[in-house]
Design a protein around this ligand. Structure first.
Ligand code: NAP
Length: 242
């Protein structure tokens, strides 16, 4: 389905980003990824095992110029960009009244501005080709809010607003833009929680377990393969929010 297509995945050294890169590689795509501090050797090896050509660039998606340069490198290397997956994200949890200004700013800058930076530069290229798919990784807490995550929930609500606005602007140019909103997924982002905390969360998950990164990756490749779905938020959350 994605043979000879180029897929960009941000923050693909670990967790959900790694699973998304491997999913698209297994569907025939070439993979361009960016990584931050963790190195992407495992992701690259898994993608190359599937036959993908790969490009990995180290950098920070919240840096406007990095996003521009990364996009240019992908164009120069592969000649095309067909799918963009904005996956890079961080948490920095704290109760609102105790949250420091920089704790708010860092999360908004990485999660929301980072998504804007990549959408802006990649969409500028896609509009010339009049085709493309953009999938932004949001979160169910961007829909519901969450105590202790005012910064993160605001950033992901922002990602959803950005997704819908981009979908409206880009639809006439043949580009779709959707969001995937995971619930509790078992990655390094959630492994800091104790078993008791996890058990408490699973009480509100009808499927009664955490999700796997691969289950999110399947939803992303589904959306990337659709031509008449845009501006939507697809929850991958075991039924947590419905
Ligand atoms: P993860 O393993 O920590 O993955 C996040 C990735 O983003 C890491 O590889 C990280 O690299 C990278 N990253 C962070 N800041 C970056 C920056 N400024 N520039 C480039 N890359 C950056 O956690 P995950 O669970 O897979 O999270 C992936 C996405 O899913 C995030 O957007 C997260 O908000 C979202 N999500 C996760 C869950 C969940 O339950 N796990 C639920 C809802 C949504 P470094 O570690 O090297 O900095």
């Amino acid at each position: 389905m994605f043979k000879d297509k180029t897929v960009i995945v941000t923050g693909a050294a670990s967790g959900i980003g790694q699973a998304i890169a491997v999913e698209f590689a297994s569907l025939g795509a070439n993979i361009a990824l960016c990584y931050h501090s963790r190195t992407p050797e495992t992701t690259l090896a898994l993608c190359e095992e599937k036959g993908a050509k790969t490009l990995a660039v180290q950098g920070d998606v919240s840096d406007f110029n990095f996003a521009k340069e990364f996009t240019k490198k992908v164009k120069d290397e592969f000649g095309t960009i067909d799918v963009l997956v904005n996956n890079a994200g961080i948490t920095n949890d704290m109760l609102l009244v105790m949250m420091k200004e920089e704790e708010f700013d860092n999360v908004i800058t990485t999660n929301l501005k980072g998504t804007f930076n990549m959408v802006k530069h990649v969409a500028s290229f896609m509009v010339k080709k009049r085709t493309g798919a953009i999938i932004n990784i949001a979160s169910v807490v961007g829909i519901t809010g969450n105590a202790g995550q005012a910064n993160y929930a605001a950033s992901k609500a922002g990602v959803i607003g950005l997704t819908k606005s981009a979908a409206k602007e880009l639809a006439a140019r043949g580009i779709t833009c959707n969001a995937v909103a995971p619930g509790f997924i078992e990655t390094s982002m959630t492994e800091i929680l104790t078993d008791d905390q996890k058990a408490e969360i699973f009480k509100n998950v009808p499927i009664k377990r955490g999700g796997q990164p691969e289950e999110v990756a399947k939803a992303v490749s589904f959306l990337a393969s659709q031509s008449y779905i845009t501006g939507q938020v697809l929850n991958v959350d075991g039924g947590m929010v419905m």
